[in-house]
Design a protein around this ligand. Structure first.
Ligand code: GLY
Length: 365
């Protein structure tokens, strides 16, 4: 078991615990962090079926009053309508300001339940129990919460840090391979933007990570979380350096919005993987990375079973994607602001990328 501390200006320090059996002993992991023995467990229908009863039992046996609230699985639940409904249900349960929300699920549940807990009675505690690899290495850590708007991902949200994050490796055993690969995309992203040694390690170990080898999996999660912890500590509210964590995300969000949120035809991690490849190709055009670096990135994505070509995710018009990129949160006056790599293990925010170069990369030129 590993524990990493997250802190920073304005952040009440909290731990990300990575290990096995954390949800089986949910009450001992959670009880010390409660203001009162009252919890709403927010989950999606799929995760609730697998984990809900066990978590509720552990909490109830410890004398905690716990109720399970579910939302439909999938990105479509990250909506204002679902958020409003969830807040109503928290009120119906009679939760008060000393109650805690336990977000039990992937990134959708974490972002939605995190935002609900931030808004409920002006803010109650949330504990994140991420059940996908992607949520364990990225979305559960760092306090970002959000729902999507029809015109863009994560456009409505606040920063609300959790009291604790429980990244239980056991829950990944039932995660579909496609979801494991999507989660690996955020691990690869962390290495690409901040840690060349970690990238080299992944070139030799990504198959072990995807194959659930316990030591490799725990190391990969801990190293990705440590990178994020370091960046969040410097810039918790994304005034500068934290934007680097969005490597590949401007492309990714455009693809996700164009693909639509109705089904999971494109998973966030798949879009991020492709977005990182596109960011490297763009950086190569701009002379920021070598062709060799781009090939290394493409090769590692390929070994991880992640997309490296737009067509593998669907048919997208380059100009439609460009227009979406101009509507991204980071855009300034409709002009995309991009995170571009500088070799492997370093990246920076770039504001003046010629639109023609972005279009060329989107067209595969
Ligand atoms: N997922 C990027 C961040 O948390 O800042």
């Amino acid at each position: 078991m590993k524990a990493l501390s997250i802190s920073g200006p304005g952040v009440t320090p909290y731990e990300v615990v990575i290990g096995r059996g954390l949800l089986a002993q949910a009450s001992s992991q959670i009880t010390p962090y409660l203001a009162a023995p009252r919890i709403a467990v927010v989950s999606d229908a799929t995760v609730a079926e697998l984990q809900g009863a066990g978590v509720l039992r552990s909490l109830t046996e410890a004398g905690i009053r716990a109720d399970l609230l579910t939302v439909p699985a999938g990105e479509a639940s990250k909506s204002m309508a679902t958020l409003t409904d969830l807040l109503d249900r928290l009120l119906d349960l009679g939760l008060d300001r000393r109650s805690t929300v336990l977000a039990l699920g992937g990134g959708v549940v974490g972002d939605l339940a995190g935002l609900a807990s931030a808004l409920f009675m002006r803010g109650i505690a949330v504990i994140q129990a991420p059940t996908t690899l992607l949520a364990q290495v990225d979305s559960s850590v760092g306090g970002k919460t959000a729902v999507d708007a029809p015109r863009g991902k994560n456009l409505i949200g606040v920063f609300h840090h959790p009291r604790r994050v429980l990244a239980d490796l056991d829950v990944l055993a039932t995660l579909p391979d496609r979801q494991m690969r999507a989660g690996a995309a955020e691990i690869l992203k962390a290495a690409m933007l901040a840690d060349a040694d970690f990238f080299a390690w992944l070139e030799g170990h990504v198959e072990a990570v995807l194959g659930h080898e316990p030591a490799a999996l725990e190391d990969a999660i801990a190293r990705a979380v440590a990178i994020k912890a370091g960046i969040v500590a410097e810039d918790p509210t994304e005034q500068g350096r934290r934007a680097l964590l969005n490597l590949g995300h401007t492309f990714a969000h455009a693809i996700e919005v164009e693909a639509g949120f109705e089904d999971d035809s494109v998973l966030h991690g798949e879009a991020v993987a492709l977005g990182c490849v596109l960011a490297y190709r763009l950086a190569e055009r701009l002379g920021r990375v070598s062709p060799k670096d781009v090939r290394r990135v493409e090769r590692l994505m390929g070994v991880a079973g992640l997309p490296t070509e737009i067509e593998s995710l669907g048919l997208f018009e380059a100009d439609a994607l460009l227009a979406r990129m101009g509507g991204d949160k980071k855009a300034e006056g409709g002009v995309p602001v991009l995170i571009l790599p500088q070799g492997i293990g370093d990246a920076e925010v770039v504001r003046d990328v010629p639109v023609g170069d972005i279009r060329a990369v989107l067209r595969g030129a």
